[in-house]
Design a protein around this ligand. Structure first.
Ligand SMILES: CCCCCCCC/C=C\CCCCCCCC(=O)NCC(=O)O
Length: 603
């Protein structure tokens, strides 16, 4: 027996040895696994704690800001109760067209205080419905009072109430760009444009809402929440100057100021049926307008006016181009408003297109361009079909690649310290992935969505790798500008009309699914051409039924089709574009088109 066992033992010896080794290894593996799991758990817990701490700290700042805004609003309500102006009286004042309001303020038929109170009453009503005002400015009352005490009118904007996008710095106040942790960073002086407006006699009276980071075409943030479209509450007012557009669209502001690095003045104007102008970057001071994209100077945000009337943007631009403006910010081109260009009656050559080769515009937006074309033709101008070159490449390879050249790090570094709204979390999701995974995912999504554009747009934020790449990229951008100008010059164009966006106002939270639809506006940020946005028509039931002809092969197209249901009655703007520093020419085309459209409506 023992011999047998010995034999067996000998026979099994290697196995016994292996098993022992395995056991040892297994126990080591268990230790490694346990250590790994422990490390992961610790990182997870630390991250959770950090997030919780951030949320708590940011949450407290948000609460304090909300309390401040509530108190400022209560003060305004108190003053309004005492002044005794009725809602009907307010409505009568607010209904005055810009030029008439200006006239009555200049000749003393209306005081600055009366006008201020009328607009405050309407802004209270508008914001209760739309959540468009972030705060009522307490200093407005004193400014209006001091204007009324003057013997002589203070300037061309004497007593005109002005609403301001929250991203303009105001002395003694904070500017958050929708980021909670940016609150309580109090600024020492007003943005240059605010100083200029005050010098002209304007009365800044409210600040308006923005999307978190200001890189979204809808308006939602963790501090002030979501702003709604005045025409259809289930839809966006656009972004990032969405609060302005909603307030102006609701008739509760006659003049506002916004910023535009990807359509943020033009697209909200289009969503809410207002007028807006994105000037050439160097025409209006950007000093004191906050931005997250510091150091990214290839495509920057322009500052410009928005209004309910065409005259609002014309008058404000005309008078803001002042000596004080040029003195406060010597980076601004010292070009006064050139009235001879604006008032010229020389017939123009105007290019037009309803498709930019990147994203097909919906029937209402195509029709708006055709209406504008016919009207301008009737006014004696020559309209020429224009095909903007290489937009298909320019949007992913120039626009998105520039904005995210640092892999979105400037945006991400701020968002990591904040409470993030779902739309921004979705937009920045690509920046949270390792490069290889984003690359792989882009191809998978491209195949699943049957959309090469989506894949390209997802690969664009892979980022540029170094200074050399960045320089090469700048060269490509300049080449594109040169090619575009050559196409424009070949047709001897003075101006161009085209859609502002491929769709009309979208339902909330859908803008991130269809960022390709914003190509029409982004193009002119790449080029730094001045571009206006003005109302031309409203969506008809035919436009909605004509959506049956809209291409429906890709995920993006299907999303657009779904979003365009129930859009009847929504405003539709067109975009009017000129060469750099030709704001006066852009405004001339807008003015003639506006008058022409009104004459056709009346006749
Ligand atoms: C949080 C954003 C991180 C990276 C952004 C990725 C680029 C995505 C491309 C397009 C989406 C942006 C839509 C454009 C929104 C309008 C932005 C604008 O004009 N803002 C005005 C301003 O910043 O002053």
């Amino acid at each position: 027996m023992s011999r047998v066992l010995r034999k067996l033992d000998i026979m099994h010896c290697p196995w016994i040895l292996i098993t022992r080794t395995q056991l040892k290894m297994a126990s080591n593996s268990c230790k490694v696994l346990a250590f790994g799991a422990g490390a992961v758990l610790t990182i997870f817990v630390v991250e959770r704690v950090k997030k919780w701490k951030t949320a708590t700290q940011v949450g407290k700042k948000i609460q304090r800001k909300r309390q401040q805004c509530k108190a400022a609003r209560a003060n305004v309500e108190e003053v309004l109760r005492e002044c005794g102006m009725t809602c009907d009286q307010a409505k009568t004042i607010v209904a005055l067209p810009y030029m008439e309001l200006q006239r009555q303020l200049q000749n003393g038929s209306l005081t600055a205080l009366q006008v201020l109170h009328a607009y405050q009453i309407m802004a209270l009503e508008a914001t209760d419905r739309l959540n468009c005002v972030t705060e009522f400015l307490p200093e407005a009352e004193a400014i209006a009072q001091s204007l009324d005490k003057l013997d002589k009118k203070n300037g061309p904007l004497h007593g005109i109430p002005v609403s301001l996008k929250e991203s303009f710095e105001l002395a003694g106040n904070d500017s958050s760009a929708g980021l909670g942790h940016w609150l309580e960073d109090y600024k020492s002086q007003d943005a240059v444009i605010i100083q200029v407006l005050k010098d002209l006699g304007a009365v800044p009276f409210v600040r308006t809402n923005v999307p978190q980071t200001m890189m979204l075409s809808e308006t939602n943030n963790p501090i002030f929440g979501r702003t709604l479209n005045p025409v259809d509450l289930s839809r966006v007012p656009g972004g990032s100057t969405g609060g302005e557009a909603a307030l102006i669209g609701a008739g509760a502001s006659v003049l506002g100021f916004g910023s535009d690095v990807g359509g943020s003045i033009r697209q909200p104007s289009h969503c809410c049926g207002c007028y807006g102008l994105k000037p050439t970057l160097e025409r209006m001071s950007r000093k004191g307008h906050i931005s997250l994209a510091k150091g990214q100077t290839l495509i920057s945000g322009a500052v410009g006016p928005m209004s309910r009337d065409f005259d609002g943007i014309l008058e404000s631009l005309k008078h803001c181009l002042s000596d004080l403006h040029f003195a406060l910010d010597p980076q601004v081109a010292p070009l006064k408003f050139n009235d001879s260009i604006f008032s010229s009656t020389q017939p123009l050559r105007v290019g037009f297109y309803d498709y930019d080769g990147y994203c097909r515009a919906v029937p209402a937006c195509e029709r708006a361009v055709l209406i504008a074309k016919d009207t301008l033709e009737r006014l004696g101008h020559t309209l020429v079909a224009f095909t903007p070159p290489h937009v298909r490449d320019a949007i992913p390879d120039l626009y998105i690649k520039t904005i995210t050249g640092d892999r979105g790090e400037q945006y991400m570094s701020q968002l990591r310290k904040d409470i993030v709204v779902p739309e921004i979390a979705k937009l920045t999701f690509p920046h949270t992935l390792p490069r290889w995974l984003l690359w792989l995912l882009s191809w998978i999504v491209q195949a699943a969505a049957k959309d090469p554009q989506v894949g390209r747009a997802l690969r664009a934020p892979l980022g540029l790798r170094g200074v050399n790449d960045w320089f090469q990229h700048a060269v490509q951008l300049q080449q594109f500008k040169d090619e575009f100008l050559a196409s424009w010059r070949e047709l001897k164009l003075d101006a161009v009309i085209c859609p502002v966006s491929a769709t009309v106002a979208l339902p909330h939270s859908e803008t991130v699914n269809v960022i390709n639809t914003f190509s029409y506006a982004m193009l002119y940020n790449i080029l730094n051409y001045p571009a206006g946005s003005m109302p031309v028509t409203k969506v008809t039931s035919d436009d909605v039924s004509n959506m049956a002809k809209y291409p429906n092969t890709t995920f993006g197209n299907k999303c657009v089709i779904k979003c365009m249901q129930g859009t009847e009655g929504l405003p539709v703007n067109v975009q009017v574009v000129g060469l750099p520093y030709q704001e006066e020419l852009v405004l001339r085309v807008m003015s003639e088109l506006d008058k022409g459209l009104r004459a056709e409506q009346d006749g």
